[in-house]
Each structure stands twice: as structure tokens, then as C-alpha cells.
Ligand binder design. Structure first.
Ligand SMILES: Cc1cc2nc3c(=O)[nH]c(=O)nc-3n(C[C@H](O)[C@H](O)[C@H](O)COP(=O)(O)OP(=O)(O)OC[C@H]3O[C@@H](n4cnc5c(N)ncnc54)[C@H](O)[C@@H]3O)c2cc1C
Length: 265
């Protein structure tokens, strides 16, 4: 089980949250009536890790590139972080080998390997929708469950091409906009509640990332085919070639266009 929270000093300590979880475990898992006696406890593990809104993280030094969880290119918790990281293996190994061959090891060049990705930035809103802000009162205790139930039901109804990428932590414009539109139709009174819960500033920020998701989808499909050919003839300008290729990868991965549907395999 996991929860999202901010680092406000007025929040209860993590050990208190763990105690609450322990007390509430029988409600969450009805087969357990008393954790002390019903469980064969080997060890109790709880942990936290900080997340950064400006993910992927940009390199602070030249010649050093963060990989895996440390790079912030994929959430470690949303539906299996390591599995989701593997989608980048081919992209990153190609980019690193090109960086070494072309001597593009300045932190600005390496930053392009883990460039801004709207598919990642739009997900910030999801965790905000599942968090309770400080001083936020009168939140319906069923709010988060209703949000999750509605959205997952709709994505499931939309079929494997929608729910499978999402469960593999790949956000795409078609799935996101389609499921949001259908959620609105299915439960029109809920949308204003969600907006009220997350707040207008965050919504505006999210709409910016959603627009970028649309733009990256268009750029990948309309511009990359020609730009890729142009990049291929830039052997005499290795840095420019490196930068263009990373830009095209950002459009592709940043719009979830790298996702391979089963029918395409
Ligand atoms: C609770 C939880 C459940 C998860 N469940 C799944 C799942 O079901 N499926 C899935 O695919 N993924 C899951 N993940 C995500 C997956 O564990 C991570 O994405 C994956 O481990 C990342 O690998 P990594 O090598 O990048 O980082 P890590 O596995 O974190 O490796 C980094 C290593 O660096 C070491 N280190 C840190 N600082 C230093 C230092 N200064 N000097 C030397 N060593 C250092 C750390 O001790 C650690 O061993 C889960 C993650 C969590 C937290």
C-alpha cells in the first residue's frame, strides 16, 4: 500500500501513518481481523522516497548521467517502475553510445537524453488528485475510490489499447483524452468536484502539459519522418545530429508514441 504526501512539517510523522495503517489493516484486508495474531510477521517494512516535479532530472555535471529511478524518467510506483523503465533501454543505450562517439558529454547535451516529457508531467495531476492538501477540509472519504473506480472502469471498457499502455505507465493523448471525455459523460457532476479538489492553478498547469502532449504527438508523426532523414546526412555536424535525434526521441517517448500495440508487433 502506498500514499502520496507533501513534505509539510505539520503533517503527521511517517511512523504515525504506519501506525494508522496497522490499525486500519483489517478494513483494508478483511481476511485479517488482528494483524498481531493473524499475520506471521517476518518484518514490518515501510519507507518513503522523495519525488521531484521537474522530472526527468537534468544532469548537474558534465559527463555524469543519472539512469534508472535516479533519473526520474518513470515513476517507480505507478504500475511497476522497473518494467516501465525497460521501455527506455534501447533509447538510452543508443543515446549514450552516440554521446561517447560524438563527444557530446556536456551536461546540456546529456540533459537531452532525459529531456522534458509531457507524458510524464501530466501524471503529476493524478497524484495530486489522490492527495489531500494541507487545510483541505470536508473531503468525501470516498473521493479517491470514486475517481479510481470511474476512470479504471472507463479505460477497461475502452479496451486493451487504452488500458494496457496506461497500466504500463505510458500515457498517450488518445487514451487520456478519450477516457477523460467518457468519464465526464459517465459522471458529469464529478468533474467539477475533481477541479475543486485539485484547484485551478494546478489545472491550468496540467492543461499546458496536455497541450504539449498533443503537440509532441503531432511533431512525432508529422515532422520526425523528414527530420530523421535530414539528421542522417549531418555526419559532418555530429553535435547537431546528436541534438536532433534526441529531440525526435523526446517527441516520440514524450507522447507515448514508442508504445507497441500487440497488433503492430
Ligand atoms: C515498494 C516498491 C515496489 C515496487 N514494485 C515494483 C514492481 O512490482 N515491478 C516493477 O517493475 N518495479 C517495481 N518497483 C520499482 C523498482 O523497484 C525500481 O524501478 C528499480 O529497482 C529501479 O532500479 P535502479 O537500479 O534504478 O535503482 P535501485 O534499485 O534503487 O538501485 C540503486 C542502488 O544504488 C544504491 N546507492 C544509492 N546511493 C548510493 C551511493 N551514494 N553509493 C553507492 N550506492 C548507492 C542503493 O542502495 C541501491 O542499491 C517498486 C518500487 C518500490 C519502492
Amino acid at each position: 500500500m502506498f500514499t502520496y504526501m507533501d513534505a509539510d512539517s505539520k503533517r503527521p510523522p511517517l511512523s504515525t501513518i504506519m501506525d494508522d495503517y496497522w490499525d486500519l489493516l483489517p478494513i483494508y484486508q478483511p481476511s485479517i481481523s488482528d494483524p498481531e495474531t493473524d499475520l506471521d510477521i517476518k518484518r514490518v517494512l515501510f519507507a518513503y522516497f522523495p519525488t521531484y516535479r521537474d522530472s526527468p532530472l537534468q544532469p548537474a555535471w558534465s559527463r555524469v548521467l543519472a539512469v534508472g529511478d535516479a533519473s526520474g524518467i518513470q515513476s517507480p510506483l505507478s504500475f511497476g517502475g522497473f518494467g516501465a523503465l525497460t521501455r527506455h533501454l534501447g533509447r538510452i543505450s543508443t543515446a549514450v553510445s552516440e554521446a561517447l562517439v560524438k563527444d557530446c558529454l556536456h551536461k546540456d547535451d546529456l540533459g537531452l537524453v532525459n529531456a522534458y516529457r509531457p507524458d510524464l508531467s501530466v501524471t503529476w495531476m493524478f497524484q495530486k488528485a489522490m492527495s489531500i492538501k494541507m487545510k483541505q477540509r470536508d473531503v468525501d472519504p470516498k473521493f479517491v475510490n470514486r475517481l479510481l473506480a470511474t476512470n479504471f472502469q472507463i479505460m477497461n471498457d475502452m479496451g486493451m489499447d487504452t488500458i494496457k499502455p496506461f497500466l504500463q505507465d505510458v500515457v498517450r493523448l488518445d487514451g487520456l483524452v478519450g477516457s477523460l471525455a467518457k468519464s465526464f459523460v459517465a459522471d458529469p457532476t464529478f468533474m467539477p468536484e475533481i477541479v475543486g479538489h485539485v484547484g485551478i492553478p494546478l489545472l491550468v498547469d496540467w492543461l499546458g502539459h496536455l497541450s504539449m502532449l498533443a503537440l509532441y504527438t503531432v511533431l512525432h508523426n508529422a515532422v520526425s519522418p523528414a527530420l530523421g532523414l535530414y539528421a542522417d546526412i549531418l555526419d559532418d555536424h555530429p553535435r547537431q545530429q546528436f541534438q536532433l535525434r534526441r529531440q525526435m526521441e523526446a517527441w516520440k517517448f514524450g507522447s507515448g508514441s514508442d508504445y507497441q500495440f500487440e497488433k503492430d508487433e
